[in-house]
Design a protein around this ligand. Sequence first.
Ligand code: SF4
Length: 423
Amino acid sequence: MLGMLTEAGFPIAARPDDAECVIVNTCAFIDRARQESIDTILELAKLKQSGRCRALIVTGCLTQRYGADIMTEMPEVDGILGTSDLPRIVDLVRQAANRHDWATSAPPGYLYDATTPRLLTTKAPYAYVKIAEGCDMGCTFCAIPQFRGTHRSRPLGDIVREVEALAKRGVQEAVLVSQDTLAYGRDLPGNGDVGDLLLALGDTRMPWIRPMYLHPAHVNDRLVEKWTRARIVPYVDMPIQHADDGILKSMRRAVTARRMKDIVAQLRAAIPNVTVRTTVLVGFPGETAAAFERLLEFVDDVRFDRLGVFTYSPEEGTPSPDYAGQVPAEVAAERAGVVQERQDAIAWERNRKLIGDVQDVLVDGPSEDPAFAWEGRTVGQAPEIDGVVYLRDAGPVKRFTPGRFARVRIVEVEGYEFVGERG
Ligand code: SF4
C-alpha cells in the first residue's frame, strides 16, 4: 500500500502526528490482536482532534472480518479496506474525507507480484516476502482462512524476481512468509513445491533467506532433502500447537506428537546448528490436566531453542467454541505461564553455552537500549520475534555498520538477549 501511495505522489510522513491521513493496518487473528488493533485506531483517532490528521483509514484483517460493524460503530473511521483490492487504497486516501466504505466488500483474493511498487519503511536490512496467501488447512481454532481466503501461491519466478530486486536495493535478509509456507506451489500448474522455490532463491544474491511458519503435516523426506540442499538459514519455525494426540486431532492438525518429534530429530540431524522455533496453543477445549502434562513433557523432551505460547481464543465462525470441555481463561493463562517458564529454563541454559562463540551478526541498526550503539541478530534470531545481539563499538577501527554483517563474539547472555563485540 505504501508503495502504491508513494507512486501516486503521496509523501509518507515519518510520524503519525505529521500525517494528514493515517492508515491503521490491523490484525484479527485472536482477541488480543483485535484489542490491540482497536486500541491503536482509537489512539490514532485522537490526532483528528489535536493534530494535522483529517482522515483515518483502517485496513487489514479486522476490517475484512468486521468492516460493516466498524463503519457503524466507529464514526472516527473515514474509510476501510479489507485484505483484498489493495490498489484501491490510492482512491480511498484521495476520497477519505468523504467517508467511503465501498472498498471492503471484495472477497479475499489479493496477491501482489514483483511489479507491485514496494516502499520499505524501516531502515532495517530485512524485508518480508509473502510467497503465498490464504490457507486450506482448516484448523478448528483458526479464523484466518475466513478473511485471508483459500491458499494461493505466487509464481516461483515472480518471487525470485522480487527477492533479487530486494537484494539489489541492499536488503540482506528475505523473510519468507505466508499462512502455510510448506503448501507453497501445490496450487500452481505442474504442482510446484516449496523445496524448488528455496533452491531457486539460493541462486539470488540475497545473503539470508528465512522461511517461516512450517506446518509439520506437510514435512516429508523429499522436502527435507531439498531443504538441506537449499541455501537458506539454519532456522526452522514449526508451530506444533500441541502435543497431545487427542487435542491435535480435535484441532485438526493432521499430525501426531510422535511424528512431530521425529521431524524435529530429522531436521536437527540434517541441518548442522539448526535453531528450532515453535508455537504452542494452550487452553484449547478438551485440554485436561493430563493433556497439558503431555505438552509439557514434549517441550521438555524436544528442547526447542525458542517457543512462543498463545492462549486459546474462541473465534467466531470456527468449530471449536462449540466443543465440550472449554477451559476457563484463568486456567489457560496459568498454563501459558507454566509452559513459558519451562521453556525459559531450557533456552537460557542453551544460550549461556554460546558465550565465547564467534558468529555472523546482521547489524539491524541503532539500538533501542541507550547502553549500546547498535543491535543485530545472529542467524538463529528471526526479526521481531526472537532476541537480539546488543553491540558496542570498540574504538574507531572496530565499529559496526548498520545493514552489514560483522563477525561478533558473544560476551554476555541475558535470557534471550546477547551482548557482542567485534570478534
Ligand atoms: S495452518 Fe495456520 S492459518 Fe491455516 S488454518 Fe491452521 S492455524 Fe490457521
